[in-house]
Design a protein around this ligand. Structure first.
Ligand code: NCD
Ligand code: ZN
Length: 345
C-alpha cells in the first residue's frame, strides 16, 4: 500500500463555475478551502462580456469569500460575435482578466450568447494572439446531425485544426476534454496549447448516467464517454505531460433544475475536488504525479507563479452530505451520501 499521507503544493482550479448572488456565496468557500486560485467561467445571465463586468463580478466573488482566505479569482470574458478587439487590449491591461471563453452558441448552460460562426470573431482572435491572451474552448460542435458522443471529436476536425492553422501562436486550452482523440491531439500540440481534465471524467464512464435508472446528477457537458476514453484521460493526466492540468468544471445547479423533465448539465465537485483527483490518481498508483497536474502545469501555462504553500491529503474516507446549501435551494453534490476515499487534512 502506498503512503496514507500526501503533501503537495497548493493546487489551482483552471476551470470553475462560481455562479452569482446567493448561489455564489454558498459555493465559493468550498473552492477557497483547497485552491489558491481559479479561472472563473463567465457564463452568467447576462454573460460577463466586458472588462468592466468582469471587474464587478470579481468584486462580488471577493465579497463572498470567508474572511480568512487568500483565494484569488482569475477572471475570464465571454466571447460573443459583438466582442471588439479593443476589449482584448483592455483585458490584457487589466491584470485580472486571464483568458477569453469560447462557447459555441447553444452548446451548453447559458451559451445562447456564444459564437455561431468562428469566422465572425477572427479579428478578436487575432488580437488575442497578439496580446497572448488564452482562448478557452468548449470544444463541441452543436450540429444536431452529429451524435452527442462524437461532438468533441467533430469539433477538433472541423474547428480546432483549422483554427490552429490560422492562428498558430494563439494560446488555447481545450476545456474539460473527454475523448482519446482530444488527449492525442493535445499531446502532439505545441506547449502553448493545453487541456483541462475534470475529476468526474477521470472517475466515471457513461454507464454512470444510466446506472439502474437515469442519473441526472451524472449529466454534464461534454457528456461522459465510454471506458476507453476514461482510460485515455487517466493516462494523459498522470503521465507528467505539462499540456494537461486540473480544471474541475464544477458546475452547481439547484436540485430541482437537475431533477427535471429537461435537466441542466453540470456536476458539482468543488466540495471534494482535490480529494476526488487523489482517488483517480491513486487508482493507477500514480499519486506521485498529482502535484504536477494539480499545482504546476496550470500556472506554468498561464505564466503565473506556482503557489508557495502546501496542502496535505490523507487516505481517510468521509461521507459526502446528501445535499449542500445553494442559494434559496439545495444542490446535490457529486458522491452524495457516499464515501470519498481521501480527505483534506
Ligand atoms: C456548465 C454549467 O452548468 O455552467 N455545465 C456543464 O455541464 N459543464 C457549462 C459548461 O461548462 O459546459
Ligand atoms: Zn464549464
Amino acid at each position: 500500500m502506498s503512503s496514507a499521507r500526501l503533501e503537495i503544493t497548493r493546487p489551482d482550479d483552471w476551470h470553475l463555475h462560481l455562479r452569482d448572488g446567493a448561489a455564489l456565496g454558498a459555493v465559493v468557500a468550498d473552492t477557497a478551502r483547497q485552491f489558491a486560485r481559479a479561472i472563473v467561467m463567465p457564463n452568467l445571465k447576462p454573460p460577463v462580456t466586458t472588462v468592466a463586468q468582469a471587474e464587478a463580478y470579481r468584486g462580488r466573488i471577493l465579497a463572498g469569500l470567508p474572511a480568512d482566505t487568500r483565494f484569488q479569482p482569475l477572471m475570464t470574458l465571454y466571447l460573443t460575435e459583438a466582442t471588439v478587439p479593443d476589449e482584448i487590449a483592455r483585458a490584457k491591461a487589466s491584470g485580472f482578466v486571464h483568458a477569453v471563453k469560447y462557447y459555441p452558441a447553444g452548446a451548453t448552460t447559458n451559451s445562447q450568447a456564444g459564437v455561431r460562426d468562428l469566422a465572425h470573431v477572427y479579428p478578436v482572435l487575432e488580437a488575442m494572439e497578439r496580446h497572448r491572451l488564452p482562448l478557452l474552448m468548449h470544444g463541441e460542435v452543436t450540429d444536431p446531425a452529429v451524435d452527442i458522443f462524437d461532438r468533441e471529436q467533430a469539433f477538433i476536425e472541423r474547428h480546432l485544426i483549422p483554427l490552429r492553422a490560422r492562428f498558430p501562436q494563439l494560446r488555447m486550452v481545450l476545456e474539460h476534454i473527454t475523448t482519446r482523440a482530444a488527449a492525442e491531439f493535445i499531446r502532439e500540440a505545441p506547449a502553448h496549447v493545453g487541456a483541462t481534465i475534470t475529476a468526474h471524467h477521470l472517475l466515471l464512464n457513461r454507464n454512470a448516467i444510466f446506472e439502474g435508472g437515469i442519473r441526472p446528477h451524472h449529466y454534464c457537458l461534454p457528456v461522459l464517454k465510454r471506458e476507453t476514453h476514461r482510460q485515455a484521460l487517466l493516462e494523459a493526466a498522470t503521465n507528467g505531460d505539462p499540456h494537461f492540468f486540473l480544471g474541475t468544471d464544477s458546475a452547481p445547479h439547484a436540485q430541482h433544475a437537475k431533477e427535471a423533465a429537461c435537466g441542466c448539465a453540470g456536476i458539482y465537485t468543488a466540495h471534494a475536488a482535490i480529494e476526488l483527483y487523489a482517488e483517480a490518481f491513486d487508482s493507477l498508483g500514480k499519486l506521485d504525479r498529482l502535484e504536477a497536474f494539480a499545482s504546476f502545469h496550470g500556472p506554468d501555462f498561464y505564466g503565473l507563479p506556482r503557489n508557495a504553500d502546501k496542502i496535505t491529503l490523507e487516505r481517510k474516507p468521509w461521507t459526502v452530505p446528501d445535499t449542500l446549501p445553494f442559494g434559496d435551494s439545495v444542490c446535490v453534490p457529486f458522491r452524495a451520501g457516499q464515501d470519498v476515499a481521501w480527505s483534506l487534512a
